[in-house]
Design a protein around this ligand. Structure first.
Ligand SMILES: Cc1cc2nc3c(=O)[nH]c(=O)nc-3n(C[C@H](O)[C@H](O)[C@H](O)COP(=O)(O)OP(=O)(O)OC[C@H]3O[C@@H](n4cnc5c(N)ncnc54)[C@H](O)[C@@H]3O)c2cc1C
Length: 489
């Protein structure tokens, strides 16, 4: 080799060495992974980085990871986990990215493991189960199953992600009939902190199986879920729109609907109202899981005249397609649970429509508040018990899971939006505690980052969850390195 070429090679080597030396440990880790996975690793200089790092639904959780890794299969994911854990790097896991908890499904610095390529749906008609990738959206799951005239217990808004929704418990229109979404999983395929692939089912690693039904990202990364499938396809229902003036009548009807002795489990409802926006008023989603118009279960709502009525016979997927993902920039939400009581319902109705904090939220730039009234019947909880139980600590009583959604525009209003909404939820909790109707459960999928979700699963369940975490993740990788989201207390 000529002397000048040797010199050039040396300079090149030195340059490469110094840029590795200059690279942060996270960048060096990303480079290592990129060498193995190629285009599955997206770095800040890559064209798709901006879109991928801001894919999370709420701007409050957008972040700048050192790289975004999109493994395509469990083998690649085990390599990623082993490498990241070996370097003790911080990481976050994202499926659909709909969590509003900062750091849960995106990360500043560190590695974002994006599950988007775990996107297959396989239906086994003999076993009546569907195996779905954790990176899918519910729309993809339902439309893949429609040709077989079956469905699974899954999310109610079709753009939302599969992974986070199931691992947070999961509320579905099929809940009163078949339990929560997590109760309908028959197998989780999981990559553990040790970088191995394990199956968790009633017969294989049953402790992990139980723990994952609401255990969030504390035990491993789920690559796919095998879900029970049901012969449900044609349904009746849709949306009825009301003015805000109709709210007292709607709450009264809701009380009647929820207090019948044997609630029809094929009937499901979600009432949303917008106290900061008089022109939208209230929206009632009614779903009957059989093709029968105007079923008796919804009789309490019959005499309340809507502004618009889109209820009709249609497929369940068509019905859910009509509920689009709301477009908001910055979002947070809070959850509260209580049993059915006429006086409490009217107190809560007053709080969510008249609390002075509502005016304060309206005064924020593009400030909005919505509340969702989600009735859950004892049958939903009992169905969970019948499928082997879960760690959520739910009691088999008819209850409401209320969600307050706050939206706003500017980062400088983050704290105010949080504090006003927290103040409203505190008032609701105080009212339900005073009347003896408080339910000691905070629904993870509707909870704000500072709501102590897993603490409320109950001491015994928390102890069992911790023991399971120690067994599958002895070095506490999912507590310390994947530190975002609802963690074990
Ligand atoms: C418009 C809208 C409608 C909604 N409707 C419903 C509804 O009908 N029912 C309901 O229950 N909830 C509903 N939710 C709440 C929703 O379930 C949560 O936001 C949930 O976190 C979304 O799942 P995701 O995959 O999009 O979450 P992500 O934001 O990707 O993840 C949420 C959490 O789960 C963890 N996680 C995600 N995937 C994995 C994985 N594969 N392995 C390990 N950990 C993982 C993440 O690390 C993170 O902590 C709704 C949300 C929105 C915005």
């Amino acid at each position: 080799m000529a002397r000048s070429t040797v010199a050039q090679a040396l300079v090149g080597l030195l340059f490469a060495f110094s840029s590795v030396a200059r690279a942060s440990p996270d960048q060096a880790l990303c480079n290592t992974i990129k060498t193995k996975l190629g285009n599955d690793t997206v770095e800040a200089t890559d064209g798709t980085y901006e879109a991928l790092s801001t894919e999370n639904w709420s701007q409050t959780v957008w972040a700048k990871p050192a790289c975004i890794i999109q493994p395509s299969n469990a083998k690649e994911l085990t390599y990623v986990v082993s490498t990241v854990v070996g370097q003790k790097a911080k990481f976050a896991i994202r499926s659909g990215g709909h969590s509003v908890v900062p750091g849960a499904a995106n990360i500043n610095g560190g590695v974002l493991i994006d599950m988007a390529r775990f996107n297959s749906v396989e239906y086994d008609a003999n076993k009546k189960v569907a195996t779905v990738g954790s990176g899918l959206r519910w729309k993809e799951v339902y439309t893949a199953l429609d040709p077989y005239n079956v469905t699974v217990v899954g999310g109610r808004v079709l753009e939302v992600g599969v992974g986070g929704l199931i691992l947070g418990g999961g509320l579905s229109y099929l809940a009163d009939l078949h339990g929560l979404v997590c109760d309908n999983v028959v197998n989780f395929e999981v990559v553990t902190a040790k970088g191995t692939v394990v199956n968790a089912s009633a017969t294989s690693n049953p402790d992990l199986f139980w723990a994952l039904k609401g255990g969030a990202n504390n035990f491993g990364i789920v690559t796919k879920f095998t879900l029970k499938a049901y012969d449900i396809h044609d349904a009746w229902g849709g949306v009825r729109v009301y003015s805000l003036d109709a709210l007292p009548a709607l709450f009264d009807a809701m009380y009647q609907y929820q207090s019948v002795a044997n609630k029809d489990p094929y009937a499901n409802i979600m009432l949303q109202a917008f106290p900061t926006n008089a022109s939208i008023g209230a929206i009632l989603n009614m779903v009957y899981l059989k093709p029968e118009a105007e079923p008796e279960a919804f009789a309490p709502f019959r005499n309340i005249t809507p502004l618009a009525d889109q209820t009709k016979l249609q497929t369940l997927t068509e019905l859910m397609l009509a509920a689009p993902l709301p477009e908001l920039t910055r979002v947070n939400w809070f959850s509260s649970s209580y049993t059915t009581d006429k006086k409490l319902f009217s107190q809560v109705a007053d709080i969510v429509t008249k609390a002075p904090e509502i005016e304060e939220i309206s005064n924020l730039t593009a400030g909005s508040l919505a509340f969702g009234w989600q009735p859950i019947s004892s049958s939903a909880v009992l169905a969970g018990h019948a499928s082997g139980g879960n760690p959520l600590g739910l009691q088999p009583v008819n209850q409401t899971w209320l969600v307050l959604d706050v939206g706003w525009w500017k980062p400088e209003d983050d704290e105010l939006a949080h504090n006003y909404t927290l103040s409203i939820i505190d008032k609701i909790d105080d009212a339900s505690k005073a009347s003896g109707n408080y339910v000691d459960y905070i629904f993870m999928n509707d909870a704000a980052a500072d709501q102590p979700v897993i603490e409320h699963y109950g001491q015994e369940n928390v102890a069992k969850l911790k023991a399971t975490a120690r067994k599958y993740d002895p070095d506490q990788v999912f507590q310390n390195l994947a530190s975002g989201g609802f963690k074990l207390p």
